[in-house]
Design a protein around this ligand. Structure first.
Ligand SMILES: NC(=O)c1ccc[n+]([C@@H]2O[C@H](COP(=O)([O-])OP(=O)(O)OC[C@H]3O[C@@H](n4cnc5c(N)ncnc54)[C@H](OP(=O)(O)O)[C@@H]3O)[C@@H](O)[C@H]2O)c1
Length: 304
């Protein structure tokens, strides 16, 4: 039976450590602070940002929720970011994506001071990560590494295959694995004979955004599978493809009319030695790593 890598438990352990770090900074007169910028009223974004603000409260991190209207301009957003860059009580700046179409998201993310870029999206931080220098790494890929390390899964010398090359997940995940001495291959939509490549993986990271895309014939028996995907499915046909006969999921589907599935077909997990479930795996780490990055930013900015 494969080991289920429990993202909820690992995230709780990280949060506990972050809370202890926050407490240790208090006697020095330092309280890490996070500015969360939420533009307009995108329902999913509101839920994510609320969870992030709640996590700050739970761990003793100061948070400032800023909510510009969805008519905001790029210039107004740039002025806001400049203010946040200058504020001494703010160590991390989080701009919740997606932004309205009229806002130039790239220009905005590039305007965030790299030392306050707790999402790790700034090209300076991407470059530092690539150069193996201290950097604020993107939260979801950083969470992937934490899951592997804290579960005692060897990374050094292992063949790691990352499917997906986004700036937010795939590329930084590959770079972090390389920095941990894995032998890394990055695959994408133009990769020829993808299954032949993924079957080489001791550690297979799926960050594709397609429900159940990784099937059993793409997996080497005994591999560790890290499923980053979060996809909502709401048709009976899709449900049956992934979860037919799964009583727990059937109850959830009947209640909500939809369920979440990762980028890995549940049948593929059965071949693995260990895997992250969806939900309850990588997704749980993202906010914990955002909190960790905020405290790290507070320390690094003060040379601690
Ligand atoms: N908190 C979290 O846990 C968290 C955070 C972020 C994202 N996610 C989830 O992770 C998944 C990936 O997110 P993302 O932002 O990286 O997505 P993305 O920007 O859409 O990137 C998807 C990647 O998958 C590749 N791809 C698409 N179809 C493929 C195919 N048929 N064969 C091989 N590769 C293919 C694409 O290749 P090309 O580059 O060639 O187009 C691209 O590099 C999504 O399910 C997302 O919801 C979860």
């Amino acid at each position: 039976m494969p080991t289920v890598l429990d993202g909820t438990a690992i995230a709780a352990a990280i949060k506990q450590e972050v809370a202890a770090q926050v407490q240790a900074l208090a006697p020095k007169g330092i309280r890490p602070g996070l500015a969360a910028v939420l533009v307009g009223h995108v329902a999913a974004s509101e839920i994510y940002v609320r969870s992030k603000v709640e996590a700050c409260e739970e761990l003793g991190i100061y948070s400032d929720l800023i909510t510009p209207p969805d008519t905001v301009t790029t210039e107004e957003m740039l002025a806001l970011v400049a203010q946040l860059n200058a504020r001494d009580d703010i160590d991390g700046i989080l701009i919740q994506l997606p932004l309205p179409a009229q806002v130039d998201a790239k220009r905005l993310l590039d305007a965030v001071a790299p030392e306050k870029d707790v999402d790790g999206f700034h090209p300076i931080n991407a470059g530092r990560l690539q150069a193996g220098r201290p950097a604020l790494a993107p939260c979801t890929p950083a969470g992937v590494i934490e899951i592997l390390k804290r579960s005692g899964i060897a990374i050094s010398g292992q063949r790691a295959v990352v499917v997906g090359r986004s700036d937010i997940v795939g590329k930084p995940a590959a770079m972090l694995l390389l920095n941990q001495n894995a032998t890394v291959t990055i695959c994408h939509s133009k990769t020829h004979d993808l299954a032949a490549v993924t079957r080489e993986a001791d550690i297979l990271v799926a960050a594709i955004g397609r429900p159940g895309f990784i099937t059993p014939e793409m997996v080497k028996p005994g591999a560790t599978i890290i499923d980053v995907g979060i996809n909502r499915i709401n048709t009976h046909e899709e449900f049956d493809r992934f979860f037919k006969g799964n009583a727990k999921r059937e109850v959830a589907f009947a209640k909500r009319g939809s369920v979440i599935v990762g980028d890995v077909h549940p049948a593929a997990f059965e071949l693995s030695s260990a895997y992250t479930p969806v939900p309850g795996g990588v997704g749980k780490l993202t906010i914990a790593m955002l909190m960790a990055n905020t405290v790290r930013a507070a320390q690094m900015r003060r040379g601690l």
